[in-house]
Design a protein around this ligand. Structure first.
Ligand code: IPM
Ligand code: MG
Length: 372
């Protein structure tokens, strides 16, 4: 029996292209793994009204981790229109399978390293080395939303918070509400993870990014919890920055920052910004990490128009694969892959179009595997 069971989930669009490229390295490294294909994505929404079928959930309950390619998602109305005719008009509502996965398996930490590889022509500045910790299951992603906003809920809210009265003149069917739900446990976990990484890697600061001056309760909880947790890590400074200012500072002085920790929605936004500092989504890797399962995915979209063309940059997927190896404890293999990625970027001979080259996804995958 293989040492590891890994769910293999290319998903939509270019997911398959980039995963095929990463597989070349996994094979070259001779990772002792069984790869178990699992269905996820748009195809299964269209034909089964479920982009994350139960059979995939069952597979995920029995693997060590999963590699995931990319996902297509669309606004509500467009989703309905894409269903096969027999499924239309039955009240099926699309919800993002990756968000569901994160919640169903409590993949509470979203880890997003953003490093400027030397020689990458897309670097905003050389030397940038950021790690974003994004809380992954709560916040505005909780999915507790109302439209219309039921009168009885409105009355209860008004009883507990008079500010609600300001919206009295708007009829319920013209009020949309999304609850931002953050828990102390959620805050503590993500902040602890951020400090633990700082400690392990000798980083000197952790920046908590929120907006407690306005969003007093949820952002406030995050910042207060960060102050508590920070006490356990003498020698690592806690910096507090508002999300708006942080976007500005990251453009101005990206080198000042090291570990960034934030809630789900702000983390979604700021991690795209950080990705752009180091070459764009072609370099944006991530791990969704829980206690029992971890799902590794590049954070670029599915780019449907490029699907099957082997045009897009597989670097994000390769870096994602390196993260998976590290998480599995295969440190030698992880280091080897990291060095191979860095070498191919530095040499600059094999590059996809976004980096100014004309090589295919698989040629980049082959170049990396050849270094191993
Ligand atoms: C990400 C993506 C997802 C998110 C989408 C695809 C639901 O943007 O992983 O950053 O919002 O979390
Ligand atoms: Mg995102």
């Amino acid at each position: 029996m293989a040492k590891y069971k890994i769910a293999w989930m290319p998903g939509d669009g270019v997911g398959n292209d980039v995963m095929e490229a990463a597989k070349l390295s996994l094979d070259k490294l001779q990772l002792d793994a069984e790869y178990i294909p699992a269905d996820i994505g748009w195809e299964f929404w269209k034909t089964e009204a479920n982009p994350l079928p139960d059979r995939t959930i069952d597979i995920l309950k029995n693997v060590d981790c999963a590699l995931f390619g990319a996902i297509t998602s669309m606004p509500k109305e467009e989703c309905e229109a894409e269903l096969i005719p027999e499924l239309q008009g039955k009240g099926h509502v699309y919800s993002s399978p990756i968000v569901r996965l994160r919640q169903e398996f409590n993949l509470r930490t979203n880890l997003r390293p953003c490093k400027a590889y030397p020689g990458n022509p897309l670097n905003y500045k050389d030397g940038i080395d950021l790690v974003v910790f994004r809380e992954n299951t709560e916040d505005l992603y909780s999915g507790v939303e109302f439209f219309p906003f039921p009168d009885e809920v409105r009355e209860v809210v008004k009883k507990h918070n008079p500010r609600m009265a300001r919206f009295d003149s708007h009829p319920s069917d013209e009020v949309a509400v999304s609850l931002r739900i953050n828990t102390r446990t959620g805050c503590r976990n993500i902040i602890t993870d951020a400090f633990e990484l700082a400690k392990k890697t000798g980083r000197k600061s952790v920046t908590v990014v929120e907006k407690p001056n306005v969003i007093r309760e949820t952002s406030g909880l995050m910042v207060r919890t960060a102050r508590e947790v920070a006490k356990n890590y003498p020698g690592i400074e806690l910096w507090e920055t508002n999300i708006d200012a942080m976007c500005m500072w990251l453009i101005k002085n990206p080198m000042d920052y090291s570990v960034i920790v934030t809630s789900n929605m702000f983390g979604d936004i700021v991690s795209d910004l950080c990705a752009q500092l180091v070459g764009g989504l072609g370099f944006a890797a991530s791990g969704n990490i829980g206690d029992k399962l971890a799902v590794f995915e590049p954070t670029h979209g599915s780019a449907p128009k490029y699907a099957g063309q082997y045009k897009v940059n597989p670097m994000a997927m390769l870096i994602t694969t390196r993260m998976m190896l590290e998480w599995l404890g295969e440190n030698d293999k992880a280091d080897a892959l990291e060095n191979a990625i860095a070498a191919v970027i530095k040499e600059g001979k094999v590059r996809t179009y976004d980096m100014g080259g004309s090589n295919t996804t698989l040629e980049v995958g082959e170049a990396v595997a050849a270094k191993l």
